[in-house]
Every structure is written in structure tokens, then in C-alpha cells.
Design a protein. Structure first.
Length: 256
């Protein structure tokens, strides 16, 4: 009888342990998606901030900067060439930085690091004078956007940038077309995710525009709000992942 009772108790214990683990993993996945959304909002905010405040220069990528670099070389504008070359190396250095951290400093949470760097950059750019060189003024944004791009690069295996939206638009079109032609629900889920990223990105653009109109250069500090939200969400994700690992370890011990 005692053996029978023990078996029943163990059976229910395993049931709750297993289902609790599944539920926690689902919650973690949902939280990860929401963090991606809020960082897309930050990406849209800072992308618009650069365009609105620094001579319509896009600070989230190097495409336009390198085009202007070549044109400055052809036009023999040596000072501008130097500023733009430095910008390229800052961007490349930031990407290399994320690779080194991931490889040699595994105890550092890259997401938390990226959010903190964004907060520091936002604090700095709000103090820059309006009349300073617009390329130099974007150095902090070049750095943190490159870091953010390499850290928040996908969700659920779906490649998605949080700092610009062209590929997200491309993936939306592909997912919708594949859903309409194949009727596979996974394509519908992908389309919903990418649409969400695009929406959040452009909500960030709207907030940035309002901040610019209200506060000018110092409108950058409005971005503290979504960044603090992102920081808290990342901290919750860290704790949840830690609990998930504990669940899995406990399950393994029970099996033994």
C-alpha cells in the first residue's frame, strides 16, 4: 500500500514538474518576444532621432555613411572623410566587441549589456550641442546600434533586426505569401511576429518625433522610458531562465 501511495505521489509530482516546466518555457518565449518588440521600439526611436536632429543622417547603419564617404573622397573633403572613416571603425568595433564578449565573457548577459549601453548613449547624446558635427554627434548611436543589432538578432529562429525594418518587411511579405499558398499556420505566426516588430519600430519613430518637437536634442532622453522597461524585462527573463534550468535539473534527479 505504501509503495502504491509513493508511486501515485511521484506520478503527480512528475506531472506538475513537467507541466510547470513547459508553462515556464512558454512564458519565457513570450517574454523574449516582447523584449524584441520593445527593443524594436528603441531602434525606431534612435533611428528617427538621428534623422530629425543630425542633418537627416541615419545612425543605425553604415550604408549611407559609406556612400557619403566615397563622395567626400571624390570631393576631396578631407575633414569629413576622417569623421566618416572613424564612424565605420566604431561600427565595426562594436560588432567585434559583441563577438569577443560572447566568446570569452560568457557570464555577461549580452541583452542586459546592450540595454545598459543604450541608456549610456542616450544620456550622452542629449548633452551634445546642436551645432556640433553631425557625424561625430552620432558616434554613440553608431556604436550602440551595432551592438544591439548583433545581440537582438532573432526570435524563435526567425532572423529579425531591431534597428531597421527593411528585412522585417521582406520577411512579412514572404510569410504572408507562403501562408496564402501553403496554408501552414507557422507562416501565419511568423507574419504576425514580423508585423509586430514593424509596428513597434514605427511607434518608436512616432515617440521620437514627439520628443524632438517638444524638447529638441534633449528629446533623446524620452528613450529612457522604453529602455528602463526593457532592462526590467531582461532581468525578469534572466531569473525565469535560471528557474527553468533548476526545473530541468530537478526533473533529471527525479528520473534517476
Amino acid at each position: 500500500m505504501k509503495f502504491f501511495q509513493k508511486s501515485i505521489i511521484m506520478k503527480y509530482y512528475m506531472y506538475f514538474l513537467y507541466n510547470g516546466g513547459i508553462k515556464m518555457e512558454e512564458e519565457n518565449r513570450e517574454l523574449e518576444k516582447n523584449i524584441h518588440y520593445i527593443m524594436s521600439l528603441v531602434g525606431g526611436f534612435l533611428g528617427a532621432y538621428a534623422l530629425l536632429n543630425r542633418c537627416e543622417t541615419f545612425g543605425s547603419s553604415q550604408t549611407s555613411n559609406m556612400i557619403y564617404l566615397i563622395m567626400n573622397i571624390l570631393g576631396k573633403n578631407k575633414k569629413e572623410v576622417l569623421f566618416r572613416i572613424i564612424a565605420v571603425f566604431i561600427y565595426m568595433g562594436a560588432i567585434s566587441f559583441t563577438v569577443v564578449v560572447a566568446k570569452y565573457y560568457k557570464n555577461i548577459n549580452a541583452k542586459r549589456m546592450s540595454v545598459i549601453l543604450d541608456i549610456i548613449a542616450v544620456a550622452i547624446i542629449g548633452f551634445f550641442p546642436k551645432d556640433m558635427n553631425y557625424v561625430v554627434a552620432l558616434y554613440p548611436i553608431f556604436f550602440v546600434m551595432a551592438v544591439q543589432w548583433n545581440v537582438f538578432k532573432d526570435f524563435n529562429g526567425w532572423v529579425s533586426s531591431t534597428i531597421f525594418s527593411t528585412n522585417n518587411l521582406r520577411q512579412t511579405a514572404i510569410s504572408i505569401t507562403e501562408f496564402l499558398t501553403e496554408r501552414d499556420k507557422i507562416h501565419f505566426q511568423r507574419a504576425k511576429f514580423y508585423i509586430g516588430v514593424i509596428v513597434f519600430y514605427h511607434v518608436g519613430v512616432i515617440i521620437s518625433y514627439i520628443g524632438h518637437k517638444a524638447f529638441g536634442i534633449k528629446g533623446a532622453w524620452v528613450c529612457f522610458i522604453p529602455l528602463f522597461v526593457a532592462f526590467l524585462m531582461v532581468r525578469v527573463e534572466e531569473k525565469n531562465l535560471s528557474l527553468t534550468i533548476e526545473y530541468k535539473e530537478e526533473k533529471e534527479q527525479v528520473k534517476i
